[in-house]
Structures are given as structure tokens and as C-alpha cells.
Design a protein. Structure first.
Length: 320
């Protein structure tokens, strides 16, 4: 093959056993030590490394009476071989896990809005969940901080959260975005007046927020801070969007909630969306999983398909 060819292929005579022994030599320093570490005979190690040199056509070892060391070429080969061995180990673990996918439900955790408004849609959409059989998924619901805690503690295989703050023990990837809107019910003067209001007026209007740890609350606080508006130190907070919207429908409370949660009631006229002049509420939605953990194949496919089929526009007001 030409140098740098895109068609370069690994010679099938280069085995994982030989690469493992070469990498082990870099750490242990002698053929006998490699043999003891890997539980094979010293002649086997010597033969495998000699064959590796023959196939590659370059000297990999400097052999001496006190041990063996890598040549410069050998050190380069070891560096590349580590990635190959790690990938092979990942493949072996994935193959070992595959039989469990038909018997072990996929454990999904999601923050409240995503759990109520999106996960059921995703699981019902064959373009997204085509490799998850009915009854082969469970859903645990909490705020974003709780979801990350469950994922980090291996109480969930995959999590979906809102906001931009993540625990150190989780890895995350974006799957889309979601618009939040300010709404009031018939008991509030703004319901009929429908004025254009400033962010400062919204902050002092009887706003009811989610509890600390909620991704929705985090986004609202950050948006007000960026607009230079301080929220009152004491304000009501409820543990669910449904409770907040009940307070809005039957009293003079104001809520900032996901468009997904209020779309139907705004359409029916039960709630109205306020026109806020100088602040917008858009939040990122992300998939999270335990850092350093091998992901289940069905979890990987679910996240990939959600981002591809649903994506950012689907969560935005006025988009489908």
C-alpha cells in the first residue's frame, strides 16, 4: 500500500495476543516477566514477538542479557497497539452484553418535562425506538439533578436532562432544545390585558418556580441573571410542573414552563403566553450516562435516533 493510503489494512497475521505481549513488554521489561504476567510460556512470548517483527518488517525489541527494551519503532507500535487492544476489549464486553438486551429492560431516567412530554413519544415512534421491544423499557422520573445522580449511581442506563450544568460523574451529549414560555390563567389581570412586559415585571409578578435541582429553574435563573434582573429571595416553589400550572389556572400565579407542557392549554384558550420584552428562555436537552461506563447498544441507538429524528427544532414553539 502507498504511504497514508485510505485502504491500508491490518495484516491478519498480526494477532491480539502478539500486540498484548508487546505492550506488556513495555511495562515489565523482560520476556520472562511478560510470560508470568500473562500466564503463558516464555518461548511462546519470544515466538510471538519474533513473528510480529517479521510480519511488520522492522525491529521492535533490543534483546540483552538483563532484559529487553523497545526500539523507537517498537515504542510507536506500542502506542498504536494500546488503542487497538482497548477497542477489542470494548467489543468483547459489548458481545458479552448482547444476550442481556433481550431480557433486561432498558432503564431510562428523565427529568419531569422530558419524561411527561417526550419519552412516551420517542418510545412510540418506530424511527426512534425500533430496537426496543414493548415492555423492554422502564422510566424513572425526577428533576435533572436526581436523574444525573441515578445515572452516576448505576440506577439508570441512560438519562435525559434539561439545562447546562452536569455532575462530574456523568458524560453528556446534546439531543435538542426546548423553549420555555411565561403563562397566566384567567384570574390574572394580564390574561385579558396581554401587555408587553419587562423581565423585571415578570420577576415580581407572583412567579412560581420549580424546586432547587430542577433544570427548568436553573434555566430561568440564568436567563434573568443574563438580563440583569434579580429574582426575589423568597418565592413559591413546587416539585412538579403540573402543580405549578394548577396554581396558574386557579389563581393569579405566573409560570415559566416548557411550551411542550402548555401547548394544548394555550391552544384551547385556557392559558395565554405573555410577551416578555427583554428575556428569552431556551434550554438545552441532553442525554447523560455514567462516565467511563460502556453504554448498552439499545441506549446508544435511542440517543442517536432521538437527536436525528426529533432534534432541536421539534422542541420549539411553532415547529413540528
Amino acid at each position: 500500500m502507498g504511504e497514508g493510503s485510505d485502504d491500508a489494512a491490518l495484516d491478519p497475521r498480526i494477532t491480539l495476543a502478539g500486540l498484548r505481549q508487546l505492550v506488556a513488554l513495555d511495562k515489565h521489561g523482560s520476556l520472562s516477566a511478560v510470560a508470568r504476567h500473562l500466564g503463558v510460556s516464555q518461548p511462546t512470548v519470544s515466538s510471538n514477538l519474533a513473528r510480529l517483527e517479521e510480519v511488520m518488517g522492522i525491529p521492535l525489541l533490543l534483546r540483552g542479557t538483563t532484559g529487553s527494551t523497545l526500539t523507537c519503532e517498537g515504542a510507536v507500535a506500542v502506542s498504536a497497539a494500546r488503542a487497538v487492544i482497548a477497542a477489542a476489549d470494548d467489543l468483547a464486553r459489548t458481545i458479552e452484553e448482547l444476550p442481556q438486551l433481550t431480557t433486561t429492560p432498558l432503564r431510562i431516567a428523565a427529568s419531569l418535562t422530558i419524561a411527561e412530554q417526550l419519552v412516551p413519544r420517542w418510545l412510540a415512534d418506530s424511527r426512534i425506538s425500533n430496537h426496543i421491544d414493548p415492555g423492554q423499557a422502564t422510566l424513572k422520573v425526577g428533576n435533572s439533578d436526581a436523574v444525573m445522580s441515578w445515572v452516576e449511581g448505576d440506577d439508570a442506563d441512560i438519562g435525559f436532562v434539561e439545562g447546562n450544568r452536569f455532575r462530574e460523574g456523568v458524560t453528556h451529549t446534546p439531543i435538542g432544545s426546548d423553549e420555555l414560555v411565561a403563562v397566566v390563567g384567567p384570574a390574572h389581570p394580564w390574561f385579558s390585558q396581554r401587555p408587553r412586559i419587562a423581565a423585571a415585571d415578570l420577576a415580581r409578578s407572583g412567579l412560581v418556580l420549580r424546586e432547587p435541582g430542577s433544570g427548568t429553574r436553573e434555566v430561568i435563573q440564568d436567563a434573568f441573571a443574563q438580563a440583569g434582573v434579580a429574582l426575589p429571595r423568597h418565592h413559591p416553589s413546587f416539585g412538579s410542573t403540573a402543580a405549578i400550572l394548577t396554581a396558574v389556572r386557579h389563581g393569579d400565579a405566573v409560570a415559566v414552563a416548557s411550551w411542550l407542557a402548555v401547548e394544548d392549554e394555550v391552544g384551547s384558550g385556557a392559558l395565554v403566553v405573555l410577551d416578555v420584552a427583554d428575556v428569552t428562555f431556551v434550554r438545552n436537552l441532553s442525554a447523560v450516562w455514567r462516565a467511563g461506563a460502556l453504554q448498552r447498544a439499545d441506549a446508544v441507538e435511542l440517543v442517536t435516533n432521538v437527536a436525528k429524528v426529533w432534534g432541536a427544532p421539534a422542541g420549539m414553539r411553532g415547529m413540528s
